[in-house]
Design a protein around this ligand. Structure first.
Ligand code: SF4
Length: 335
């Protein structure tokens, strides 16, 4: 395992033709973004548990969560930036898919308002310029992501370089200051390419309301990154996709864990039909804890036990079009 880079069981990170998927968390800590998708944020729980683990892990996760009266942890809004973790992908020889970060949102204001926060997110994007791994980045704040990339472009133009070179310069700085001088030197000799085809930036969305607020920003994001995509997970309602958003991939999944809310198979079937019509690859991740026919989902709190009883039968449904596991084309390595 390279520093800060860990193998993961998240199925959509296992890209065809590449090594097993990984996660990289150079920033830790977040805040709920609005909308019910954050209500059961698993990263809050995971982060809270790590606060009580080994001293090194505890230090990285300290102060990021508090325990509420109901026994569930909640983000404090504090963010920890861990520049030494940027070295992980540079040391990894085998090409892999990397979900980065899985326990924060790079465009959460608490990240960007940190001293050097914007520079650090630029350095993270610089990893896609410096390596051939495929970086899968998710945000619930795509409007802030658009602002970030537009400012990056303006600053690069002002300096007479391209956005990729500016991201590499920030990466070199953070590596150097983290004591990774050989890696910094290696990165300083790398050519730029922008937009990086291996930088995939997507928006998480859970229902139509959140989709309509967030997905249109992907249109503006498209020219700055290799691929824009949607993660409809946890899926909490029917979603009608906008064909003009230029989305290149859709991941769908139900919620799992304690208190998980139901997902109707019909919602997934609807996404399947839309993605097929649009010619967009779709990856069905999981049914989740409670999968039900739409007819069974009658309202909050109603008949949840009946839905749970049905889960076994629904869980054994034969794979249909709705359970497709497709990927977008994987960019060719440069070397
Ligand atoms: S944006 Fe993601 S990491 Fe942040 S609170 Fe919401 S679900 Fe958790």
């Amino acid at each position: 395992m390279s520093a800060g880079l860990s193998p993961t069981g998240i199925s959509w990170t296992h890209l065809p033709g590449l090594g097993p998927g990984h996660v990289l968390n150079p920033i830790l800590g977040c805040q709920h973004a609005g909308g019910p998708g954050c209500d059961l944020c698993w990263a809050e729980v995971d982060t809270h548990m790590r606060e009580k683990s080994s001293p090194k892990m505890a230090a990285a996760n300290a102060g990021l969560t508090v325990l509420r009266r109901n026994g569930r942890p909640r983000w404090t809004g504090t963010v920890n930036i861990l520049p030494e973790r940027l070295a992980g992908p540079l040391r990894k020889r085998e090409r892999v898919g990397i979900f980065m970060p899985s326990k924060s949102d790079p465009w959460y204001s608490g990240v960007l308002e940190q001293t050097e926060g914007v520079d650090f997110v630029r350095a993270m994007m610089g990893l896609a310029v410096a390596t051939d791994h495929v970086y899968m980045v998710l945000t619930k704040r795509p409007a802030a992501a658009v602002e970030f990339f537009e400012k990056l472009e303006r600053d690069a133009e002002r300096d007479g370089i391209d956005s990729g070179r500016l991201c590499l310069i920030e990466l070199i700085d953070f590596l150097w200051n983290a004591g990774e001088k050989k890696l910094a030197d290696r990165v300083s000799r790398m050519p730029s390419r922008w937009p990086a085809p291996n930088l995939w930036v997507g928006s998480s969305t859970e229902r139509q309301q959140e989709h309509d607020l967030r997905a249109p920003h992907l249109r503006a994001l498209r020219r700055h990154v290799g691929l824009t995509w949607l993660s409809i997970e946890p899926m909490l309602g029917m979603v009608e996709l906008d064909p003009d958003n230029g989305i290149g991939w859709v991941v769908v999944g139900g919620e799992s864990g304690q208190g998980a809310r139901p997902m109707a198979i019909e919602w997934v079937e609807c996404i399947s039909a839309q993605t097929q019509a649009l010619g967009v690859p779709m990856f069905f991740k999981q049914l989740g804890t409670i999968a039900a026919g739409a007819a069974c989902v009658r309202g909050a709190g109603e008949d949840i036990d009946a839905i749970r009883r049905e889960q076994g039968a629904l869980g054994s449904l034969p794979g249909g079009d709705w359970s497709r596991r497709e990927f977008p084309p994987i960019p060719e390595p440069r070397r």
